[in-house]
Design a protein around this ligand. Structure first.
Ligand code: PLP
Length: 392
């Protein structure tokens, strides 16, 4: 089988071989349970877990004990949000978020809304940026949490976290950040940005799947959460369950590599991303860029192809693996909520494709991808022209 060129790195990344190597001993020789403190197997496992926790906390400017390992960002987000809400009187709880959050956040709020929690979902501008003043004006005495993602998974837009963090600090409201798409790619300092809770995951940073973490501030303020998983009291009681040591080791290694390489890698990917964009727009000047030109992840390119359907484009360019922004629900294709939030009409929203580049994409991948994409678009435009001719 010939695999297509992988340009879907915001969906997930391949594991870095160095990360995989670091994990291997923890499947066999060093297989111990990190909670078994009475023998060397358990002690070695615990040491490896703590080493990884230390690496993650350092990158965030946090303390190791503020990092709680989970199965991924969806679990971290659920623990953070529900953990805060259930600490409060549910009927007097108010939360502020914004329209382009990931479903892991929006669906969690939807579930809480049914239980009586009041949720304000703020609009974004045409670049996908939320205005911090809107957040400030929305805060009431019942507001317990503001939750804003760092970078968007579809259009890569980067939110003004520092400004939002200082508004939350002044108002005495907790601030939760979904940093899945930005963690160890962009600089984050939880103290400088006044972030109290932060969720991230291994599989977006060339680490393993099924592992993530929640940062929970333990000092000024000490954040308390209602526990969501009861059991053996692992992770200082925040999240019970035997720790997946191999995955945690892999996550730590992935963070170490990404953090060290991020500046160089971001520059390289930005150049390749811009080359891809320019080559498509040279050939098809009608394309529309989604998201901000300046406040955007360097590896994200989300384009609308007016008059065409994203699903048909993807079917035509089998040599490139990328994704549409549309969520397919059985028979009906709903336009992406992100596209709607930035003001795209249904037709344009259905024409949007996300290309996301990654560490293992070479320049020659991009050159080949340009050819495949441009040819597919030309072919579909030609077909549309012929069809329109026949109709008229
Ligand atoms: N939040 C964002 C912005 C994401 O991109 C993703 C993954 O697609 C998630 C949350 C969920 O992460 P996980 O797959 O680790 O549960």
């Amino acid at each position: 089988m010939i695999y297509p060129i992988y340009l879907d790195n915001q969906a997930t990344t391949p594991i870095d071989p160095i990360v995989l190597d670091s994990m291997m001993p923890y499947f066999y020789e060093k297989f111990g349970n990190a909670a078994s403190s009475h023998h060397v197997y358990g002690q070695e496992a615990k040491e490896a877990v703590e080493f990884s926790r230390n690496q993650i906390s350092k990158v965030l400017g946090a303390k190791p004990r503020e990092i709680i390992f989970t199965s991924g960002a969806t679990e971290s987000i659920n623990l953070g949000i529900k953990g805060i809400v259930e600490q409060n009187d549910i009927n007097r709880c108010h939360i502020i978020t914004q329209e382009t959050e990931h479903k892991a956040v929006l669906d969690t709020y939807r579930a809480l809304e049914e239980k009586g929690v009041r949720i304000s979902i703020l609009p974004v501008d045409s670049d996908g940026i939320v205005d911090p003043d809107l957040i400030k004006n929305e805060i009431t005495k019942d507001t317990v949490l503001v939750s804003i993602m760092h970078a968007n998974n579809e259009i890569g837009t980067i939110q003004p976290l520092k400004d939002i963090g200082s508004i939350c600090l002044d108002a005495g409201v907790l601030f939760l950040v979904d940093a899945c798409q930005s963690f160890s790619k962009l600089s984050i300092n939880v103290r400088d940005m006044n972030i109290n809770l932060l969720a991230a995951t291994g599989h977006k940073i060339y680490g393993p799947k099924g592992i993530g973490f929640l940062y929970v501030s333990q000092k000024s303020p000490k954040v308390k959460l209602k526990i969501q998983i009861d059991g053996g009291g692992h992770e200082r009681g925040f999240r019970s369950g035997t720790l997946p040591v191999s995955q945690i080791v892999g996550l730590g290694k992935a963070v170490q590599i990404s953090d060290k390489e991020k500046e160089k890698e971001n520059k390289r990917l930005e150049v390749l991303r811009d080359k891809l964009h320019l080559a498509i727009s040279d050939c098809h000047p009608e394309i529309i860029l989604n998201g901000s030109t300046s406040k955007r992840l360097p590896h994200n390119l989300n384009l609308c192809f007016p008059g065409l359907n994203a699903e048909s484009i993807i079917m035509k360019m089998k040599g490139v693996a990328c994704s549409t922004g549309s969520a397919c629900s059985s028979a009906n294709l709903k336009p992406s909520h992100v596209m709607k939030a930035i003001g795209r009409d249904n037709e344009l929203a259905h024409s949007a494709i996300r290309f996301s580049l990654g560490r293992f994409n070479s320049e020659s991948d991009i050159v080949k991808a340009i050819d495949i994409i441009n040819n597919a678009i030309s072919l579909l435009k030609e077909r549309r022209k012929n069809r329109n001719k026949r109709i008229s």
